[in-house]
Write a protein that binds this ligand. Structure first.
Ligand SMILES: Cc1cc2nc3c(=O)[nH]c(=O)nc-3n(C[C@H](O)[C@H](O)[C@H](O)COP(=O)(O)OP(=O)(O)OC[C@H]3O[C@@H](n4cnc5c(N)ncnc54)[C@H](O)[C@@H]3O)c2cc1C
Length: 363
């Protein structure tokens, strides 16, 4: 009998496991694959609330609270796991290349300033001085506080920190969450029946497919994102750069990630010719010299999408059964905060932010 069983060892499940173990609970994570090898492995690791939000409200506030935790979280993981998560805070640029895009960016800067966010408006000459490799935009926004991490390193670090904190990892498919009389009993699957006082469903895009989870089947849907990795002798840009329908994430060692597609094609993780062509075109539009770089790798992952782009973080009508899923484009950014929220909900502690809008009951 475990205190808490977590279904899914992606970045969200692992962050929750760490915080629950820190709270003194006996925690096991059940994953059918290697922890962190699904959406969390595919992600760019951009921590940019200002780019992701399209207006003031619950979403941007949640994102800001989430992003604000990463500097300390990365330092904590370095300390607890001896693994560097590649935390960098060189800022984020968002570029417009025509009048319509420039008008959209100008409107974005207005509401963000009114909401108290730090945003600079830059002309093409400012961008050229900051990032000579970029194509000249008609207008750009700069978020000096924008940051990034390497999600693969972060999950590796989380798993090590979890193991050191006493978390058990079980390699098994969870087929059914077992409950009776309105109270959760455990999880049945490849590893046989596992009993627990609490079950947290953090199974990413597959969360509403596990039997016994009280979510409508389409509550979490997969949205494929394809990525390519270019390799440069030295980083061609410093900032994370958004524009031309995509983004560039420069790593310190010269790798440049180019993302990403958003495709609703079910649970299909193929990398397609059309996807690669689109990503290459976006990279070249943002920084023409990138077109000459070798493609070092390509992959895809399935974002777990809710209908309103907010995650599901909360309880269900079944006592002891919790949902931590639907993080869509921002599960890396929100992982440290989601871990805190889940631990507070399960232990009856103080939840760090207002989670009313995140209730799974809205599914
Ligand atoms: C191309 C791409 C780029 C992205 N870029 C960013 C970014 O820059 N910043 C950001 O914040 N977010 C980004 N995201 C989104 C982010 O990756 C996700 O929101 C996040 O990884 C979700 O984490 P998760 O733990 O919920 O899901 P996952 O990482 O998918 O983990 C779910 C886990 O559950 C396991 N599982 C599922 N079903 C079962 C079952 N029945 N039994 C046992 N195990 C099961 C899986 O094996 C998996 O390990 C990106 C996503 C993609 C695809």
């Amino acid at each position: 009998m475990t205190d808490v069983l977590i279904v899914g060892g992606g970045i969200v499940g692992c962050a929750a496991a760490l915080r629950l173990a820190d709270a003194g609970l006996d925690v096991a994570v059940v994953d059918r694959g290697e922890p962190g090898r699904e959406a969390s492995w595919a992600a760019g690791g951009i921590l940019a609330p200002e780019v992701e939000a399209h207006g003031p409200g619950a979403f941007i506030e949640l994102m800001r609270a989430g992003a604000a935790r990463w500097r300390r979280f990365a330092a904590e993981l370095r300390e607890r796991a001896d693994i560097d998560c590649g935390y960098r805070d060189d800022g984020t640029l968002q570029l417009a290349f025509d009048d319509d895009e420039a008008a959209t960016l100008a409107a974005r800067a207005r509401w963000q300033r009114e909401a108290g966010l730090q945003v600079e408006t830059l002309a093409a000459s400012d961008v050229a001085a900051l990032e000579p490799a970029l194509a000249p935009p008609s207008l750009a926004l700069r978020y000096a506080g924008g940051h990034q991490i390497d999600p693969r390193a972060a999950v590796r670090a989380l798993v090590v920190a979890c193991v050191r904190a006493g978390v058990t990892f079980v390699r098994a498919e969870a087929r059914r969450v077992r409950h009776d009389g309105g109270r959760v009993l455990g999880v049945d699957g490849d590893a046989g029946p596992l009993d627990a006082a609490h079950v947290v469903v953090a199974a990413g895009a597959w969360s509403s497919l596990v039997d016994g989870v009280p979510l409508p089947r389409g509550a979490v849907t997969p949205v494929r994102g394809q990525m390519i990795e270019l390799r440069a002798p030295a980083p061609p840009v410093r900032h994370v750069v958004f524009g031309a329908g995509g983004y560039l994430v420069p790593r310190a060692d010269g790798r440049v990630l180019v993302g990403s597609t958003e495709e609703r094609v079910g649970f299909v993780k193929d990398v397609t010719a059309a996807g690669l062509a689109a990503l290459c075109a976006r990279a070249a539009r943002l920084a023409p010299s990138l077109a000459a770089l070798p493609v070092a790798d390509h992959w895809s992952g399935l974002r777990p999408a809710s209908a309103d782009a907010l995650p599901y973080l909360g309880g269900t009508p079944v006592a002891g059964l919790w949902i931590a899923s639907g993080h869509f484009r921002n599960g890396v950014l929100l992982a440290p905060l989601s871990g805190e929220i889940v631990a507070a909900l399960v232990t009856g502690g103080t939840v760090p932010v207002d989670v009313t809008a995140l209730s799974p009951s809205r599914a």
